[in-house]
Design a protein around this ligand. Structure first.
Ligand code: F0G
Length: 352
């Protein structure tokens, strides 16, 4: 069949897999790079802006790129169970891929801070969900210790196979544009994805597939911005729960990426995140989750520094359907409720 085979088969020569690796796939990857002219117009000066809509992956986030690799390698090594800490998306993805590979999936989540759609997924995929009275950072500490003491494989982004899978998003962007973008804007939580993208761009440049490397522009929620504060945050806060992280596991890697790419880390407030979230949906028809909108919020915040005629790619890491509560609470739009099923009454509401 002439269909996309999933990213391991599509990028096999670039990935640490062999003939004996059992490929566990849901045909993830191959997500669209969509032009966003409304956002480009806000910047002007010939700047071109695209979003990498990774919310179109099988479980609705970029985590599937990492998980197809992590679960395939865990299966190859004979693992019977995997574990992760998660603000939600990793847990949904780990659960889906682990169950497909006939493994148990344990997910440890911060009680009360996981968006409804993500929790629904983890439960229906058959994960064993453990909600702890603590935040993501506390959860990660526990699962790291669990994986050392018990026969469970850790599939957070400290698992190197996760980053190997996630780097393929950079390949896809270069394949779509014909070269690397000038800037890559990306939300940063645990800092795995920014590190993975950088690996991907560097590997593609070594292969002669792009002529230059992008500046890596990482954005954190202002209330959860340890990389900008320069120290861990004990009580991180933001409505973008996906990136409500105070002590990123990939801290050193992220700083190295920022230095090597002459990039920056900048904070965006929840208000700025929500404005970008509404703009993407209401003007571009693209529904992402709040954490994802941080990339576009960040771009708009530093737009005066984008070079003339530059090409910018913003990563939209997760699907808006993940967090319906946020959409309903923060939409400026409302349902015309209580309308009788009467033609004249409906026409009146429509303004005819
Ligand atoms: N965007 C979304 C939608 C996420 O779910 C995450 C991380 C990030 C951005 C940040 O990526 O951690 O690689 O810097 N979510 C993790 C999770 C923490 O558990 O789902 P990062």
């Amino acid at each position: 069949a002439n269909q996309w085979p999933g990213l391991i088969e599509a990028y096999r020569p670039f990935l640490p897999v062999s003939e004996s690796t059992p490929v566990v796939t849901l045909q993830e990857g191959n997500t669209p790079l969509i032009p966003v002219p409304t956002i480009a117009r806000e910047i002007g000066r010939g700047v071109k802006v695209f979003v990498k809509y990774d919310g179109l992956n099988p479980t609705g986030s970029f985590k599937d790129r990492g998980m197809t690799m992590a679960i395939s390698k865990a299966k190859e090594a004979g693992a019977k169970a995997v574990i992760c800490a998660s603000t939600g998306n990793t847990s949904a993805s780990a659960a889906a891929y682990a169950r497909r590979a006939e493994m148990r999936a344990f997910v440890v989540i911060p009680d009360g801070y996981v968006a409804l759609g993500k929790l629904a997924q983890a439960l229906l995929y058959g994960a064993e969900v453990i909600a702890i009275e603590g935040n993501f950072d506390d959860s990660l500490k526990i699962v790291r210790a669990m994986a050392e003491e018990y026969p469970v494989t850790l599939v957070n982004s400290v698992n190197p196979f996760r980053l190997e899978g996630q780097k393929t998003a950079a390949f896809e962007i270069v394949d779509a544009l014909g070269d690397a973008p000038d800037w890559l804007c990306i939300p940063v939580g645990n800092a795995g994805n920014i590190s993975a993208y950088w690996m991907g761009f560097c590997q593609y440049q070594q292969q002669g597939k792009c002529t230059h490397l992008p500046r890596m522009m990482g954005f954190q929620a202002a209330g959860s911005a340890p990389l900008i504060c320069g120290e861990p945050i004990g009580d991180p806060q933001t409505l973008a729960t996906a990136i409500r992280i105070g002590n990123p596991a990939n801290w050193e890697k992220a700083i190295a990426v920022q230095k090597a790419s002459e990039g920056e880390f900048n904070p965006v407030t929840d208000e700025e995140i929500l404005a970008a979230y509404r703009l993407l949906a209401g003007s571009e028809g693209i529904f992402c989750e709040p954490a994802s909108a941080a990339s576009v919020a960040g771009l708009l915040k530093v737009k005066d520094r984008v070079p003339d005629n530059a090409t910018v790619a913003c990563v939209l890491t997760g699907n808006g359907l993940k967090d319906p509560d946020c959409a309903i609470t923060h939409s400026e739009n409302e349902v015309y409720a209580g309308i009788k099923p009467d033609l004249a009454k409906v026409a009146k509401v429509m303004g005819f």
